[in-house]
Design a protein around this ligand. Structure first.
Ligand code: ADP
Ligand code: MG
Length: 592
């Protein structure tokens, strides 16, 4: 045997292993999902590379995953014919935590300890490869990369701070390509090695893996044999005792044998007919693909034909990204070309940033398999795809807002309202789609927000414009003197209380041909001007205005007589072209 070399785990891995072995007990079964998903990733990588380097396939069999279990000895082996790992990759991948998912898990684990919530988190994040130690005392990874002519064996134990790597020398154990994981289950977890248990878990967790998964199963060869009916039975059935003896045929197992059985449907969900896919299947696909824990708020599945052909399934998640995730790379859109997984790194090319919360898969027949970011950025096809994807995303969101279940849209707005408002600033082209999704408080809706459609419906016949006032909160908006007259006239006023609201509205300019009008600005015209009366007032108070202007000097631009108040004597209004008071406050805050 080649000598085994010993390596120490990176500190984070040791910590993670410790956690896995000593404190994560619930949801152990996720180990299978994690290991199958690694096998599937390895196959994806190989398939992708083989497009330009067909020799990588080396004539060595199918791209598949095989799971074999030995229930008597508590051993599970998972073999994939994927990309495998070199010696260095074994050290880099299985001895350190390079990937963000697991690192994120560790962090949340720490946070949840502080907040005292349970360790259900593992279901949410998974801990990748190391979840093998949820159920195993010992794990052996034997792997062959096309980049190396040698096969290597990584071996680790649940309670050790180190692992070993050696060269595979046993010719019986050599594989042409890929990775074979052998799990030696802990005494109490040997139940996982029952083929039926494995099948059940695979059905549950891995139904959307796009490579065939086979399990090694025991079958019985049956044969029909004729036997004589027992007369005692016939009697029981109330039949005539004297009737001639009957013969009957039964099946008996004459020979047992083992066979690889396909356990998953490999046709990708998005290639199926939307009419034949259930909501449960869409939701399960979402949870599997994006490692999500909660069901999505909505989904949409569509095919576009004609100029550009692609298929897609999109989702709106039920939770907002954390602040941290907001700025991290999202990996929310998985791009396929002709069913080959290309990358989850191109969201930015397929969706505008403000819609980056949308998750989904996109499969195109028109892009080249060796597509890169540069190609995407230049591509006319991608521009068309992007347009369609955005439209479909808006349709899906509008669908939530029209749903009977009002809470769904409340949830959506809580989570992603800011994104939609950003859309007003960033995506002029889609203003028509964005505007109906907006929600605001108003003088007549201080608790539940309203839509612009509701506002317009509630407009008085003589009312021309949509009125708004920007403020810190509903109470201060309500108490602003500007609002008095409008309330008196029963005109509704939108209360823009989120800092971004005002800019968003200003970008929209109008909705259904009605202009947005800031009631805190000069020249507010409520359509009830009375020239006679104004002249009268001008004569009576003109001098007073001049005097006040003199006293205030440069502090104000002008002092005017106005009909906009009902009980307050005066109000400080913003100039028509200047910033509103709210905006000034915001600008000041930003300068600090
Ligand atoms: P992740 O899959 O999120 O990257 P994991 O902990 O599951 O994290 O796996 C770590 C890395 O180990 C993978 O990124 C991959 O490079 C490597 N790896 C794990 N399993 C396999 C496998 N079956 N074949 C090839 N590489 C693998
Ligand atoms: Mg993984």
């Amino acid at each position: 045997d080649a000598p085994a070399e010993k390596y120490e785990y990176q500190a984070e891995v040791s910590r993670l292993m410790d956690l896995i072995v000593h404190s994560l007990y619930s949801n152990k079964e996720v180990f299978l999902r994690e290991l199958i998903s690694n096998a599937s990733d390895a196959l994806d990588k190989l398939r992708f590379l083989s497009v330009t380097q067909p020799e990588l396939l080396g004539g060595a069999g199918e791209l598949d995953i095989r799971v074999q279990s030995d229930k008597d000895n508590g051993i599970i082996t998972i073999t994939d014919s994927g990309i495998g790992m070199t010696r260095q990759e074994l050290v880099d991948c299985l001895g350190t935590i390079a990937q963000s998912g697991t690192a994120k898990f560790l962090k949340s684990m720490k946070e949840s300890k502080d907040s005292g919530s349970d360790n259900n988190l593992i279901g949410q994040f998974g801990v990748g490869f190391y979840s093998a130690f949820l159920v195993s005392d010992r794990v052996v990874v034997s792997t062959k990369s096309p980049k190396s002519d040698k096969q290597y064996v990584w071996e680790g134990e649940a309670n050790a701070g180190s692992y070993t790597i050696r060269e595979e020398t046993d010719s019986e154990k050599l594989i042409p390509r890929g990775t074979r994981l052998t799990l030696y289950l802990k005494h109490d977890d040997k139940g996982f090695a029952h083929p039926e248990k494995i099948q059940k878990l695979l059905k549950n967790y891995s139904q959307f893996v796009s490579f065939p998964i086979y399990t090694w199963e025991e079958k019985g060869l049956t044969k029909e044999v004729e036997v004589e009916d027992d007369p005692a039975d016939a009697k029981k059935d109330g039949e005539d005792d004297t009737a001639e003896k009957k013969k009957k045929k039964i099946k008996t197992i004459v020979e047992k044998y083992w066979e690889w059985e396909l356990t998953n449907e490999t046709k990708p969900l998005w290639l199926r007919n939307p009419k034949e896919v259930t909501t449960e299947e869409y939701n399960a696909f979402y949870k599997n693909t994006f490692n999500e824990y909660l069901e999505p708020l909505a989904s949409t599945h569509f095919t576009t034909e004609g100029e550009v052909e692609f298929r897609s399934v999109l989702y709106v998640p039920a939770v907002a990204p954390t602040n941290e995730q907001m700025f991290a790379k999202t990996k929310n859109i998985r791009l396929y070309v002709k069913r080959v997984f290309i990358s989850d790194d191109f969201d930015g090319e397929l969706f505008p940033k403000y819609l980056s919360f949308v998750k989904g898969v996109v499969d195109s027949n028109d892009l080249p398999l060796n597509v890169s970011r540069e190609i995407l950025q230049e591509s006319r096809i991608v521009r068309i795809m992007r347009k369609r994807l955005v439209r479909k995303a808006f349709d899906m969101i509008l669908g939530i807002s029209l749903s009977e279940n009002k809470e769904d849209y409340d949830k959506f707005w809580d989570n992603f309202g800011k994104n939609i408002k950003l859309g007003c600033l960033e995506d002029r082209e889609n203003h028509k789609r964005i505007a109906p999704l907006l929600r605001f408080f108003s003088s007549q809706a201080e608790e539940d927000m309203i839509s612009l459609d509701e506002y317009v419906e509630n407009m008085k016949p003589e009312q021309k414009d949509i009125y708004y006032i920007a403020s810190d909160n509903v109470t201060s908006a309500k108490n602003a003197p500007f609002v008095e007259r409008l309330v008196e006239k029963d005109f509704e006023v939108l209360f823009l209380v989120d800092p971004i609201d005002e800019v968003a509205i200003q970008n929209l300019k109008s909705y259904k041909e009605k202009n947005f009008v800031d009631i805190s600005k000069e020249d507010l015209d409520l359509g009830d001007k009375n020239e006679e009366k104004e002249k009268e007032f001008q004569q009576e108070f003109g001098k007073t205005c001049d005097w006040i202007k003199k006293r205030l000097g440069d502090k104000v631009a002008s002092v005017q007589i106005s009909n906009r108040l009902s009980s307050s004597p005066c109000v400080l209004a913003a100039g028509k072209f200047g910033w509103s008071a709210n905006m000034e406050r915001l600008m000041k805050a930003q300068q600090m």
